[in-house]
Ligand binder design. Structure first.
Ligand code: HEC
Ligand code: HEC
Length: 339
């Protein structure tokens, strides 16, 4: 009797496994051959068309927020590289103002630490913060789960993606990640020049050389970040009193350190820095070429002002603009879902 039940169970699980395979369309994660390996463990959350489709619907759904007005996309717009353009600090439910500027969401599979201070260390956990934060979406996981599990479209999307129509939080988080792992940018002019498909102008070449001399040690190619936390010599904003990484580690040596952000698509992600203090790129270069706020742990490369002529600054900006990837910014597969 026992044996018969186990055989039955075995057959049942084999049938379920094969159903599982039939119903899902796996997606391979593609990236340029000469890039480092991504750090995200796809093994634990294999990409499927169904999972990505669900993640996309969730990302654009304001009903996940307390007042039904704010979705992830309210602060992360696809055509500005998923930043909250023109806002120094992000605005959430009831127009409450957050403490930080929204950074770009790009090439997240290569990132180990999230947020400006690295307070989150796995992409799958990232959505929990905005979903439940009082100044962002102000939601509550139980209510979100109830809403998703009672909506017919979501029920079938969850079933197609994970073989379970109940919208549990782990599967919801996996779907968010699957969609965000599509935010990959490697088709800028810079990338095309690297692949031999285009060439830089004279000014861009000059800018690239300046970049390699002064910026590349932190904003390191090809991702344009070294994924470290550094102090780049900004003064502390006296109202926000944001001390950065120290809040997470408690180490004095981490005071005023922030994550080195990628510079990909930097032309469209203004304003700049963790608090959006600089409106445009000339202001950023003015900061780097001036005496900086000297604290004990200011990065050694930035202790002295970086001396550049106005012409050199223009060339450097010309180069930075070659990092704009229009194919990514206007990718229809990443924008508001039409169905
Ligand atoms: C009210 C505006 C707002 C909303 C809504 C919002 N975010 Fe964010 N997001 C931010 C801000 C601001 C940061 C940077 C916060 C920090 O560093 O402290 C951020 C950071 C992130 C990051 C980390 C980026 C990095 O490079 O470290 C990810 C990923 C992200 N958000 C995804 C989401 C998802 C998914 C949602 C929806 C569930 C969402 N966000 C909703 C404003 C928002
Ligand atoms: C020692 C490391 C280091 C060097 C060298 C460096 N940066 Fe940065 N950069 C940072 C850090 C850290 C931040 C984030 C600081 C913050 O917001 O508090 C940053 C932020 C930026 C930003 C804002 C990005 C955004 O999304 O808001 C730009 C633009 C920028 N840097 C450009 C440059 C350029 C151009 C150079 C060379 C002239 C340069 N950086 C050199 C560490 C560095």
């Amino acid at each position: 009797m026992k044996l018969r039940i186990s055989i039955l169970l075995l057959i049942l699980s084999l049938v379920l496994m094969s159903l599982d395979k039939v119903s899902k369309n796996t997606v391979t994660f593609e990236y340029p051959k000469d890039w480092p390996k991504p750090t995200y463990t796809f093994k634990n959350n294999p990409l499927t068309e169904e999972g990505i489709m669900l993640g996309r619907k969730l990302f654009y759904d304001p009903k996940l927020s307390k007042d039904g007005m704010i979705s992830c996309a309210s602060c992360h717009l696809s055509f500005t590289s998923f930043t909250h353009v023109d806002h120094k600090l992000s605005h959430g439910v009831k127009d409450r103002i957050g403490r930080r500027n929204t950074g770009a969401l790009i090439n997240l599979a290569w990132q180990k630490d999230f947020m400006w201070d690295g307070s989150i260390n796995h992409l799958d956990f990232q959505p929990l913060a905005p979903l439940t934060s009082e100044v962002e979406m102000g939601g509550n996981l139980d209510n979100i789960q109830k809403y998703l599990s009672s909506d017919d479209t979501y029920k079938s999307l969850f079933f197609n993606a994970f073989g379970d129509s109940i919208a549990n939080t782990p599967n919801m988080l996996k779907a968010f990640s699957q969609f965000m792992l599509q935010f990959n940018s490697f088709n800028s002019k810079y990338d095309k020049v690297k692949r031999g498909e285009m060439s830089f102008s004279e000014s861009e070449i000059k800018g690239y050389q300046l970049f390699q001399t002064h910026c590349n040690s932190c904003h390191t190619e090809p991702l344009f970040t070294n994924n470290q936390f550094m102090n780049n010599g900004l003064t502390v904003d006296t109202t926000l009193q944001d001390m950065g990484r120290i809040k997470v580690t408690g180490l004095k040596s981490d005071s005023l350190k922030f994550k080195v952000p990628t510079l990909r698509n930097i032309e469209v992600t203004y304003p700049y820095m963790h608090d959006g203090r600089f409106k445009n790129l000339p202001m950023v270069l003015l900061h780097y070429s001036q005496e900086k706020h000297q604290t004990f742990n200011i990065a050694k490369e930035l202790k002295e002002p970086i001396v550049m002529t106005e012409g050199e600054k223009r060339s450097l900006i010309h180069f930075l603009k070659t990092l704009t990837d229009k194919e990514f910014l206007y990718n229809q597969d990443l924008s508001f879902p039409r169905n």
